[in-house]
Design a protein around this ligand. Structure first.
Ligand SMILES: *Cc1c(COP(=O)(O)O)cnc(C)c1O
Length: 356
């Protein structure tokens, strides 16, 4: 194995599109910065790395990722702090998780050097796309796709690792209503629920659409075997506050190891809040709701950070949650993470990595 760092060739855009950027109207994931990073895997190693103007790339119709779903991704963010400097939040955790996904999907791993070099240079190149507004950030989407022109079923021999970035605003503008899903499943033991595979998202869209038709924002997935244990809230990890204790499902085959989840649990432990990583059944939630010990429920994920849940639907009954205030855990975790990212609160765990 070669350990030489791959040089990155840079081709800059001829005219930046930055003047089209309206920070007051970012939305989520529809605006893309000037450049993208592309690395090619061939002959058993990563052999070319480039920063190019963001744009279309040609693919053969026989490209294997379009047929058999060898496609994985990551999601992370860059923030501009109060001094105008640009920082990434826990990027090495994303690099490690991308490799966990790659191994499960029979794809090549990406070294920390290649991942970080590409990432840092890309975000530096487009650093003027990192928003300054509170709550806004630069969403970063690294992804790995199979590119063999071959429709026989086998792991591809060639791949592209790419990074694109998108200035984003708030994901949800209000607390979310969730429906406990007891028919469709997201993940099963032995499957790929712990992997950030594109196919996990594809399969979740139809159940989510049905829930939306009933007036919910998302589903809460339950375990495949009993449809009783709560697993994730849409594409976010789910956390409950029951009688002052933070309760969240334990990591395993069917749960994606969220970096936001880990950050929230770490902060909770710093604050001496009791944390329990264990199975939670819908019966326990209904019981806690009945005896008024269900204080909060929220999703955690990079896109929304903390998405408070205001209503849980289950078998035709709706369970409302108390309104949030400044002492609610979801409010406090949200503020703490935003404070660390903006440089207003000490970065006790060395989560922030400086870009420029
Ligand atoms: C990405 C993702 C999460 C959240 O992970 P973060 O690292 O916090 O963004 C949670 N659940 C699923 C299914 C995911 O794909």
């Amino acid at each position: 194995m070669t350990t030489a760092v791959l040089p990155i060739t840079v081709t800059k855009i001829s005219g930046s599109r930055i003047s089209e950027l309206d920070e007051s109207n970012l939305g989520f994931g529809k605006i893309f910065s000037d450049h993208m990073f592309v690395a090619d895997y061939k002959n058993g190693h990563w052999e070319k790395a480039e920063i190019l103007p963001y744009g279309k790339i040609p693919f053969s119709p026989s490209s294997s990722m379009m047929h058999y779903g060898q496609a994985i991704f990551e999601g992370m963010k860059a923030y501009r702090n109060v001094n105008g400097e640009v920082f990434l939040f826990r990027p090495i955790a994303n690099q490690k998780r991308l490799n966990i996904s790659a191994i499960r999907m029979a794809m090549p791993v990406i070294s920390e050097e290649l991942f970080m070099d590409g990432l840092l240079q890309l975000v530096k190149t487009d650093s003027n796309w990192v928003p300054t507004t509170d709550g806004a950030s630069l969403y970063i989407r690294p992804f790995l796709i199979a590119t063999d022109e071959y429709i026989g079923v086998k792991p591809s021999d060639t791949y592209k690792f790419m990074i694109i970035t998108s200035p984003v605003g708030k994901y949800y503008s209000e607390p979310v209503k969730v429906l406990v899903e007891t028919n469709y499943i997201r993940a099963v033991e032995g499957g790929v629920g712990f992997v950030k595979a594109s196919g996990n998202y594809g399969r979740s869209l139809y159940p989510a659409k049905l829930a939306q038709q009933k007036g919910y924002h998302q589903v809460i997935w339950t375990d495949a075997r009993h449809h009783r244990y709560l697993e994730e809230s849409g594409t976010m990890n789910v956390v409950f506050v029951i009688d002052g204790v933070l309760v969240t499902p334990p990591l395993g085959d069917t749960i994606l190891a969220g970096i936001t989840r880990d950050s929230v649990l770490t902060i909770a432990r710093d604050w001496d809040i009791k944390v329990e990583e264990r199975k939670i059944s819908i019966d326990e939630i209904i019981e806690a709701h009945r005896n008024n010990t269900l204080q909060e429920a929220f999703g955690t994920g990079t896109a929304a950070t903390i998405a408070p849940i205001c209503l849980i639907g289950y078998e035709g009954v709706e369970y409302g949650l108390p309104a949030l205030n400044s002492t609610s855990y979801s409010t406090r975790f949200g503020k703490e993470l935003e404070g660390i990212r903006k440089g207003r609160i000490a970065d006790r765990h060395n989560w922030m990595v400086k870009v420029c």
